[in-house]
Design a protein. Structure first.
Length: 439
């Protein structure tokens, strides 16, 4: 059964094309910075936003009446969604997908039935993967939606809920391995708190670390060699999420001796919710050797919540790709569109327009970032800006050769040299020029 009859595979037609169902900048085979765009960008479809989001918001009912959801039987519907998801990815040229267990199969009456259902759907997904060559970027479990997780999963005050969450993670890791997933993600859905009047934060954080150590051990036991990732987010659904931002997660990983086993999955809209830029979060992960993968989306400056919009802001994608290229590329990671169409964009063809817009914006971002790096625009400026640490006094500081007494003697004798301008506006002007002029 074909659901997108009016769409052939989306092809690159160049920036002058007026074809709305074509890529203007994403040219999968074009080589940028030594690799094809396809291999540089490693685009992934989020199963949840693309095939299980029906347009519900806190004020209104579903708006997306999908033709592939016509069966009354939950398993038949789930199977049809697999087929349409692969038709969509093939036509949109998306080489990877990401999923939660709950996205692909309906929950059963108990864990046993849920797991059996997962096995059936995983079988169908595997056939489609074989047919299309599309791969799994990462899997995860949904340990936040069900009412049992009302007080959290690994940080629940109820030990039986902790056990249930562990059982779900165990199964989700097994099926991610079965699907050849290159990473496994932990987003702390309800791992956080609303009030300290009823919360033992010390125990909750220790328990979260225990759960993650168990996951590390189990990955080793079953031979899952994918990268484990933590996805920071400061708030929503809880008022205070424990995995607040990159720096908070790094401190947690270091405290609990987990640094060797985890990297981070950085989401743009989570960065801005934490009052950081997307680039800041990528930068913090990069300089700590912990940049794993990316959830590509954008928020809305005027709204204070996680709007998960498709990324169309070229500045953000240039600066994100800049950090990613400085890190040597995405490696096992990818750009997962953790993005959803607006509730009013309810037509199924809106899925194509939104992915095309997101993929083109990142493709262009990649090219501009690669040119900025090639020409040494900001890196040469930075090298000169910090040149005082290359010799003499500065080199002694960097080499840890001197302390307060020697520094005081230096200051008393020499004072300070004249500061030079930071030239922010000049650099912003150059950035604009590259965005507008790069071929
Ligand atoms: C929630 C979010 C999740 C994770 C996976 O804000 O980003 O979809 O990416 O659980
Ligand atoms: Co996400």
């Amino acid at each position: 059964m074909t659901y997108f009859k009016d769409v052939e595979q989306i092809k690159y037609k160049g920036p002058k094309s007026k074809n709305l169902l074509a890529f203007k900048y994403y040219n999968p085979e074009e080589i940028v910075n030594g690799k094809s765009m396809k291999d540089q960008l490693r685009f992934a479809m989020s199963y949840w936003h693309t095939f299980t989001f029906m347009g519900v918001d806190p004020f209104g009912s579903p708006t997306m009446d999908r033709p592939w959801d016509s069966s009354e039987d939950a398993m038949e519907k789930a199977i049809e969604r697999v087929h349409v998801a692969f038709e969509f990815m093939e036509k949109a040229q998306i080489p990877f997908f990401c999923f939660h267990d709950a996205d692909i199969a309906p929950r059963g009456k108990d864990l046993e039935e849920t797991n059996k259902r997962l096995d059936i759907i995983v079988g169908v997904i595997k056939e489609e993967m074989k047919r299309t060559g599309i791969k799994c970027l990462w899997g995860t479990t949904n340990a936040f939606g069900d009412d049992k997780f009302v007080h959290g999963a690994g940080t629940s005050c109820n030990a039986t809920v902790f056990a249930y969450a562990a059982a779900q993670i165990k199964k989700a890791m097994e099926i991610t391995k079965e699907l050849g997933g290159e990473n496994y993600v932990f987003w702390g859905g309800r791992e956080g708190y609303e009030t300290l009047l009823n919360t033992n934060t010390g125990l909750e954080l220790d328990n979260l670390a225990r759960l993650l150590h168990m996951a590390v051990d189990y990955a080793k036991e079953i031979g899952f060699d994918g990268q484990l990732l933590i996805e920071p987010k400061p708030k929503e659904p809880t008022k205070h999420q424990y995995d607040f931002d990159v720096s908070t997660v790094l401190a947690f990983l270091r405290k609990y001796d987990l640094m060797d086993h985890f990297k981070l999955n950085i989401e743009a809209n989570h960065a801005t919710l934490a009052q950081h830029t997307f680039q800041h979060e990528l930068n913090m992960a990069r300089i700590n050797g912990a940049l794993g993968s990316v959830d590509a989306n954008q928020g809305d400056l005027l709204l204070g919540w996680d709007t998960d919009q498709f990324p169309t802001n070229i500045y953000d994608t240039v600066l994100a790709m800049y950090e990613i290229l400085l890190d040597g590329g995405l490696k096992k990671g990818g750009l997962n569109f953790d993005s959803k169409v607006r509730r009013a964009s309810f037509d199924e063809y809106d899925l194509f327009y939104s992915y095309i817009a997101g993929m083109d914006t990142f493709a262009r971002g990649l090219k501009v970032a690669a040119k900025l790096l090639d020409d040494g625009v900001f890196e040469d400026f930075k090298a000169k800006r910090y040149a005082s640490y290359n010799e003499g006094l500065g080199k002694d500081i960097v080499d840890n050769k001197i302390g307060f007494k020697e520094l005081e003697a230096y200051a008393l004798e020499h004072g300070v040299t004249k500061n030079t301008s930071g030239r922010q506006e000049m650099l912003e002007g150059i950035l604009n020029q590259y965005i507008m002029e790069t071929e």
